[in-house]
Design a protein around this ligand. Structure first.
Ligand code: SF4
Ligand code: SF4
Length: 359
């Protein structure tokens, strides 16, 4: 049975920046990420810029050593993320880029420019055939597919609907287009809150399948016609279009794993993954405002296998702190569903060998 290598280095977020950057550099090389980058590769560095006011996301300066190593291997690095479904400064590329810049994700700090992978409004996508259990094809952000190689920075946290937000979530939700995201959430379709609707008509103009009509002096979404594209969520300026984020956790985790497979399938031997067990919080970096870390910093781990990396992340938290992540965050959610399903569909293995390194 296949076993993956996972490399670990102890680190603390308050350490001197040069030391942390040297540790990231060493991990990149120890985990063999050099071999993922070929001459003239466009290399995507996937990261989460943090919602407005979030202070526990991965700092931009951690990207710099990786961007330099990519360039040293002949690649052209760019830093990337996709637009989100809900109303925020990350729901269109213009506001998203401003937020990224405000959080310090500049060429100076990162050594690479920021490009939003799914375009201005989240609709730039490529369908990838995966023949999964739930999906035959998944819709992935265009630049995640057109990039030749991929380095993923994940800040693992607890999560309201999946229990655990790790590398699989960062890939599956974080690199899918708006349609892909909505399909992951599609157990529940959006609806209009009548009292908020001003009858501006924008959602009706934008809906690609004419699923919205006027009823009782408000817009109304016809469930049977709606394809879950998310367009109405973006265009409504009055926060009248609602969406239930608390969809079935188990189904959602499987859908995430299948979208992650859509990203990874196009990057065979061309992807490396980091997980930063620093400032781990109960909720993800989409939460605005300050969150308190759940426990003391552990370190940084890296692997070429995203499933092994997520498994090692959960194991390490339990070993180092004495209890599993879900007991700190959402005890009712089985956060391993995504890993089990990921392994089943060929995304990676939960079996790994941990190799601790030091400077
Ligand atoms: S865009 Fe919003 S406010 Fe305008 S009609 Fe649609 S639901 Fe109502
Ligand atoms: S999600 Fe898309 S298809 Fe459904 S009502 Fe909104 S715009 Fe129309």
């Amino acid at each position: 049975m296949m076993t993956a290598d996972v490399y670990f280095i102890r680190a603390k977020s308050e350490e001197n920046l040069n030391v942390i950057q040297s540790k990231i550099d060493l991990l990149f090389r120890s985990a063999g990420f050099d071999s993922c980058i070929e001459h003239n590769d466009m290399t995507a560095i996937k990261i989460h810029f943090g919602e407005k006011g979030n202070v526990t996301h991965i700092p931009p300066t951690y990207v710099l050593p990786v961007a330099r190593l990519i360039e040293a291997n002949g690649g052209k690095p760019f830093v990337t993320d996709t637009n989100v479904l809900y109303k925020s400064q990350r729901s269109d590329a213009v506001s998203h880029l401003k937020l990224a810049q405000g959080h310090g994700f500049t060429v100076n700090n990162c050594g690479a420019p920021v490009i939003i992978a799914d375009g201005l409004r989240g609709s730039n996508e490529i369908d990838v055939t995966i023949n999964g259990e739930l999906f035959e094809k998944v819709s992935i952000a265009t630049e995640a597919i057109t990039a030749n190689s991929l380095i993923v920075f994940t800040h693992p946290t607890g999560h309201l609907s999946t229990g655990f937000g790790g590398t699989l979530k960062n890939l599956g939700m974080g690199l899918s287009s708006r349609k892909g995201k909505l399909r992951q959430h599609s157990a529940v379709k959006p609806w209009v809150e009548k009292t908020r609707c001003t009858q501006c008509g924008q959602c009706i103009i934008w809906c690609p399948v004419d699923a919205i009509e006027w009823r009782d002096e408000a817009a109304f979404i016809v469930n049977e016609t709606c394809i879950g594209c998310g367009e109405c969520l973006t265009v409504c300026r009055f926060d009248a279009v609602k969406f239930n984020w608390r969809t079935s956790g188990i189904d959602l985790q499987k859908r995430i794993a299948e979208h992650a497979l859509g990203v990874v399938k196009t990057k065979k031997d061309k992807a490396g993954y980091f997980s930063f067990l620093l400032n781990v919080t109960r909720d993800c970096d989409c939460v605005s405002g300050k969150q308190q870390p759940l426990f003391a910093d552990i370190g940084i781990i890296a692997s070429k296998d995203p499933v092994a990396l997520d498994q090692a992340t959960l194991d390490m938290i339990e070993q180092e702190t004495g209890k599993p992540l879900r007991l700190y965050s959402y005890p009712d959610i089985d956060d391993t569903v995504q890993l089990v399903h990921g392994e089943k569909i060929g995304l990676g293995t939960r079996r790994y060998r941990l190799k601790e390194i030091s400077l």
